[in-house]
Structure formats: C-alpha cells, structure tokens
Design a protein around this ligand. Structure first.
Ligand SMILES: Cc1cc2nc3c(=O)[nH]c(=O)nc-3n(C[C@H](O)[C@H](O)[C@H](O)COP(=O)(O)OP(=O)(O)OC[C@H]3O[C@@H](n4cnc5c(N)ncnc54)[C@H](O)[C@@H]3O)c2cc1C
Length: 474
C-alpha cells in the first residue's frame, strides 16, 4: 500500500493512503524513491523540492482527480513543468503537497490559417517554435526556449520582442484550467472572464492550467543577436546604451548584460572566464533599418563578437543565450521607472569592471513601447509602467556561492533610487507574501484573493507564489 506520513498540520490525517488516487489516474504518481519522483527536481537545482508525491497526469481529468483527492484528504497541490521558477519546498513543508508535473500534457497543435496554437501545459516554448516556424508563424516566446509556456504566461511573460508586441499573456485566447474546487473550466474573454483576467499574471493562484490557446505572429525572421564587448569597454558601452535606448522606436528591442561566464566548453572562448558586456538586439522589421538603428552601438567599441544579423525566428534563444542545462542559480530583480546616466554609473559601481561582483549575468531589459499600452482584455499583470527590468543571476557554485545573494541585494539597493518599487512575478520568484505582493497593485491583490477564495474554498492550491484572501499566503 502506498502510504506516506504527513507531518504538516494542514493535512487532516497523519497517514495518507495514496492508492485510491493512483487508481483514479490514467497517468501515474511517484512516491520518493519511485521512478518519476526525480521530476520534482527543478531546472534550478539549488532549490529543494521534496513533495509528498509527484503526480504525472495524462489529462485534465487526472489533475481534477488529484485536486479533489487533495481537498478530501486535507492535502495541498502545487504545479511544475521545468522548474525554471522553482520555489523551495523542503521535506517538512512538502509533506502535505502533491506536486503535479505537467510534462505528459504535450499537445501542440498549430492552426496555420487562423494563426493560433493550442498548447498543453507540459509544452516548452521550443516545441511551439518548432511547430509554428515552418509555417512562417511565431509564438511570443521568452528569452529561453526551454521555459514552460504556461508558467511563463501565467506570470505575464516579457520576451525579447516585448516593446514591439507587448506582454505575451496579452496574446492568450483561452485557458483550460482546473480550479481549486476540482472543476475543469474554460476561461476566455466571454467564458469565466474573471478567471481569464486572473490567470494572466496571477501565476497558479486561480488554478492549474491544463492547456492554453495563443496567437501566433506572422513572423518568420527578425534582425537580431548580440554584440559582445570586452569588460574594459563596459563603462563606455553601458553609458552609450543608456543614451541610445532613450530614442529607440518600438520596433527595436534591446537588453544589456554584464557577463562573467565560466570557462565551460559551451561558452565561446572570447567570453569565458572574464568580464564582458553584451548588447542584445531584436528588431522586427526591415533588416537594413535594424542595422541602421543598431549602428551607434556598433561604433562604441570593437566588439569581441558581433552576431547580430538577419536570423530565423527559430534562433530567438540565441539573442540572450541563457543557460540551458539545469543550473543552481540565485536571482535578484527589480523594476526601474527610469535609467538615467546616474543609474548607469550606479550599476557600473556594483557590477562593472573592478566591482568584484560575483553575478554571472546582470541584465537590464529595455521595456516601454507596446508593454506600456493597455491590452484589449485587462489582466492581473500590473507592471506596464516599468521602463527597465534588472535581473541578476548568480550561480551558486563554490567558492563564491555564499556571496552571490549578498551581491544581488547590493545591486537592487544600488538601483533603488530609480525603482518602481514593484516586481515581475516571473523574475526572482518567491512565496514570501511581501515579495508576491510587489507584483500587483492593491485592487488586483484584492480581486485575485477574492477569486481564489471563491474557486478554492478549502485552500487546496494555497501554496507557492499565490495570492489568497486579503493578500498572498505565508
Ligand atoms: C533562464 C531563464 C530565462 C527566463 N526568461 C524569461 C523571459 O524572457 N521572460 C519572462 O517573463 N520570464 C522569464 N523567465 C522566468 C520564467 O518565465 C518563469 O520562471 C516561469 O514561471 C517558468 O515556468 P516553468 O513552468 O518553466 O517553471 P516551473 O518552475 O516549473 O513553474 C514555475 C511556476 O509557474 C506556475 N505554473 C507552472 N505551470 C503551471 C500550470 N500548469 N498552471 C498554473 N501555473 C503554472 C506556477 O506558479 C509554478 O510555481 C526565465 C527564467 C529563467 C530561469
């Protein structure tokens, strides 16, 4: 018999018999030590994720069965796909948690003529890119094609073309979702519009999404890539980028990254084991116009590598070249209302040459443009007024691991004078109530919390990066 001792006071029993749930599933479940339990280990391998059991559904009905079972047994249900946004769940905290891993929900159907795709909750962006691009169509993916589509979209989702096309979740047409009461529901602008509103930005507060339907853009290629400069040129590059971004049209998207990449085989030798600066660029339009727009940055210094060129949309991940393999990372993030010359100086003082920063990537994304416009359908994504996003990613590897988090705090503090005081739900994820609240305005927090009480009256989904009642849960 598959039983597990439950330590948490949340559960109604000390000993939970999971065999009835196993029998209900067309998919499967895995207890610690059983094949499949290893899927709880997230992409961010620094984060412990140790649930009571991993549920591997093969259908929305399986997820509904798991949620109903949990409700009856006094357990809670969390959801994951890749673990790019993992939140700690140690053995004690996870002892009453069923973790739904959506990997088997892998439908990806492209409707070429109508330019949309139906995407299962287990699909990562690369699969949608692979399905759509042969037809000259493109999903509004994020910087890393290995990220899960649903995890990204429920946080809003800002990709490399955000200034041109806006928040990716504004391009969602429908969700299929299992709410905390164990019901399967469809959320569109006209069916359960309140869920449709809250699932775009509210992460898993209102349910476990089983499939999403998204617009595809008629975009076969862009002019994009990155210029990589020597660290010694960082002051000139950062200041030039600060001035240059102030005048960019919406068709031009850019981010700047101060990099300290490790000497690994997958890192190009000119970039390995030293400080460099990348100017990433994504231009949706005529390549010659793109080249003309980028020219001032090409003139700042001689790039170590210049890989900006017309590129097929399939190569979108090469613009940021984010780490692909599971990595132990620490994220620190903030949003900026502005990035004047003084802010550029402050950034260089903590992350530039000689600053002693132990961050692997310190990235500034230029926002604004289409991001700032109100969407056709309002949503729980609240950070449209931000002009820049700072995300620092440190690798928690010895001997510097202990200093990485402190460096992140120092970076956020250095940029505090220009901060909006808010945060993106997708960056530096946390279940800390104060941190969760930073992603929403007061009215959105209240509305999300009230909807959560309505659709999940027993609190089955009350775990992780969610909002409940008068505010986020502890
Ligand atoms: C290298 C890297 C690059 C990134 N680039 C970008 C970027 O360009 N733009 C951006 O906006 N974000 C970006 N992110 C953040 C990323 O979008 C979030 O971490 C996202 O939550 C990852 O989703 P996942 O399913 O892959 O990860 P997971 O860790 O498995 O899931 C994270 C969270 O997403 C929610 N979630 C996942 N599946 C479901 C579901 N079926 N139903 C409801 N909620 C669900 C849950 O709250 C879950 O805790 C990046 C992260 C990394 C590590």
């Amino acid at each position: 018999m598959a039983t597990k001792t439950v330590a948490s006071s949340t559960a109604s029993t000390d000993e939970v018999d999971l065999e009835p749930l196993r029998a209900l599933l067309s998919g499967s479940l895995a207890l610690p030590g059983e094949p499949g339990y290893e899927l709880a280990t997230p992409w961010n391998v620094a984060v412990p994720v140790l649930p009571l059991v991993v549920v591997l559904p093969e259908s929305a009905e399986d997820i509904a069965a798991a949620v109903r079972f949990a409700g009856t047994a006094g357990l809670r249900v969390a959801v994951t796909r890749t673990g790019h946004g993992a939140i700690p769940l140690d053995a004690a905290a996870g002892s009453d948690v069923l973790l739904v891993h959506t990997g088997r929900l892998d439908e990806c159907t492209v409707h070429v003529d109508e330019r949309w795709a139906r995407v299962g909750a287990g699909v990562i962006w690369q699969q949608v890119i692979d399905g759509a691009t042969p037809h000259g169509l493109a999903p509004l993916a994020g910087s890393a094609p290995g990220v899960g589509v649903v995890g990204f979209l429920t946080g809003g989702g800002l990709g490399p073309l955000v200034r041109t096309y806006g928040v990716s979740s504004d391009h969602v047409r429908a969700f299929d979702v299992v709410t905390g009461d164990g019901q399967i529901r469809r959320a569109t602008p006209t069916e359960h519009p309140e869920l449709f509103w809250g699932l775009r930005g509210g992460k898993s507060t209102l349910g476990i999404v089983t499939a999403v339907e998204i617009d595809l853009l008629p975009l076969a290629s862009i002019y994009g890539g990155a210029l990589y400069f020597d660290g010694a040129d960082a002051p000139a590059v950062v200041h030039a980028w600060q001035r240059w971004t102030a005048g960019l049209p919406e068709s031009a998207n850019s981010s700047l990254a101060i990099l300290q990449l490790p000497p690994l085989p997958q890192v190009p030798p000119p970039l390995a084991g030293r400080l460099t600066v990348a100017v990433r660029f994504a231009f949706a339009g005529d390549p010659d116009a793109g080249a003309l727009t980028l020219e001032p940055m090409r003139q700042v210094a001689t790039p170590l590598i210049d890989m900006v060129a017309p590129m097929p949309y399939t190569a979108i991940g090469a613009i940021h070249a984010d780490p692909v393999d599971p990595t132990p990372t620490h994220e620190a993030a903030t949003l900026l209302a502005d990035f004047p010359a003084e802010a550029a100086e402050a950034l260089l003082a903590v992350a530039g040459p000689g600053a002693g920063s132990r961050q692997t990537i310190v990235e500034l994304r230029h926002l604004g443009g289409a991001l700032g416009r109100a969407p056709q359908q309002s949503s729980a994504f609240c950070q449209r007024n931000a002009r820049f996003s700072m995300l620092a990613i440190g690798v928690l590897a010895p001997p510097e691991a202990d200093a990485v988090a402190a460096d992140g705090v120092a970076l956020v503090a250095a940029l505090a004078p220009w901060s909006t005081g808010r945060a993106l739900a997708n960056f530096a994820p946390s279940s800390d109530p104060e941190r969760v609240a930073l992603s929403y305005d007061e009215e959105t927090l209240r509305r999300l919390g009230a909807l959560a009480e309505q659709y999940d009256p027993t609190g089955v989904l009350r775990i992780g990066q969610v909002v409940r009642g008068a505010g986020p849960v502890g």
